[in-house]
Design a protein around this ligand. Structure first.
Ligand code: PEP
Ligand code: MN
Length: 358
């Protein structure tokens, strides 16, 4: 589908969205907005309906919060945006003059929901931002863009918020930068924003991730901002105060368009390699954690560390599976040898500590 008639959403570069993860009380919304109002932001965000992973978490204040957003507009002149996930949300948001709506990651992942929102937006002239789906599937992301476009919306932008993955990582949602960069390659004129809050999951790395996005020629950022972040009813660890937000944005280096242009493909491949290396390290760390548990079990049950049969089976299987992936036998055995040795070291250490304790 060619999308040559896309319209920009406001000024394109840099585009800044800030505001609380959730609208909680009128006072919290208004005060956050007041403190952000002087900061040259393009949109004030606040979640009204919150898609929470588990029930019994705070699920948003609902439509009463839309009245507060209206007051934000009236008092500060800021434009406002919120997440919509179904027909009712779209209807209420439009009724309360929300300026821009966004589709959350849990909506983009589901074509039924995206279509429902698209149908509700048919014939309505409101800009729509589309977050990436929670899983790293570029086609699903593009599919959502196409559904919204087919409904007649022409002001479309995307928000990169990272992708969920099992296991420990330094990110709440792994960025996998190669995916938004590929999207950017396919849709060079579409605004792309980095939601550093949902990528990081914690305050400490927000600036670093925002800078990375800007270095990759993203058009702007979306950052969760709260007057008292530690008391936030959702996503407390990743929110910052408006003052901290000001400090972060003033430290960012905003690349001018056309300036510092990156060799997109090479960067994309390097990002991919860096991320894979990072994941390999995470996995190795996890593997050693399991080895330590095995060490303890062997100790308690008086089994020797080295299990010759088990080791030969692992090696044989890996050589076979490696060959299918074009990996040489010598490489596989050296690689496994090194991992095995490290596992043994960990198990020995555990056994020694267990000895001392008993
Ligand atoms: C949010 O921005 O508050 C949110 C729910 O984000 P996501 O859809 O990216 O999880
Ligand atoms: Mn949030």
């Amino acid at each position: 589908m060619k999308m040559e008639d896309l319209q920009p959403i406001g000024k394109k570069h840099p585009f800044i969205i800030a505001g609380p993860c959730s609208a909680e009380t009128e006072e919290q919304v208004m005060e956050t907005a007041r403190q952000l109002a002087g900061q040259n932001i393009d949109l004030f965000r606040a979640g009204i309906w919150k898609p929470r992973t588990r029930p019994n978490s705070f699920e948003g204040v609902g439509k009463v919060g839309l009245k507060w957003l209206k007051n934000v507009k009236k008092e500060t002149g800021l434009k406002v945006t919120t997440e919509v996930a179904n027909t009712k949300h779209v209807f209420e948001a439009l009724k309360h003059d929300v300026d821009v709506v966004w589709l959350g990651a849990r909506t983009t992942v589901n074509p039924f929901s995206v279509q429902e929102v698209a149908d509700a937006l048919e014939g309505v002239d409101i800009p729509v931002l589309i977050k990436n789906p929670i899983n790293p599937d570029l086609k699903l992301w593009i599919g959502a863009i196409e559904r919204i476009y087919k409904a007649g919306v022409r002001s479309i932008g995307v928000i990169h918020r990272g992708f969920s993955a099992h296991g420990v990582s330094e990110f709440r949602n792994i960025p996998r930068w190669q995916i938004p960069l590929e999207l950017k390659r396919q849709f060079p004129d579409m605004m792309i924003i980095c939601d550093n809050s949902n990528i990081c999951g914690k305050r400490e790395t927000l600036q670093e991730v925002a800078q990375k996005a800007l270095d990759l020629n993203f058009d702007g950022i979306m950052t969760e901002t709260h007057i008292t972040p530690d008391d936030a009813w959702s996503d407390a660890a990743q929110q910052i105060t408006p003052a901290q937000f000001k400090e972060m944005t003033s430290n960012l280096i905003w690349r001018r368009e056309g300036n510092g242009k990156v060799a997109l493909d090479l960067t994309k491949y390097r990002e991919e390699i860096d991320e894979i290396d990072q994941e390999l390290l995470d996995l190795l760390g996890r593997r050693m954690g399991v080895a330590r548990k095995i060490g303890l079990y062997k100790k308690e049950n008086n089994i020797s560390i080295y299990q010759r049969k088990r080791w030969s089976a692992i090696l044989e299987k890996a050589v076979m599976q490696g060959a299918k992936r074009g990996l040489g036998e010598e490489f596989i055995s050296q690689y496994l040898e090194a991992i095995h040795q490290e596992s043994i070291n960990h198990q020995e250490e555990i056994m020694k500590t267990a000895d001392v304790k008993s």
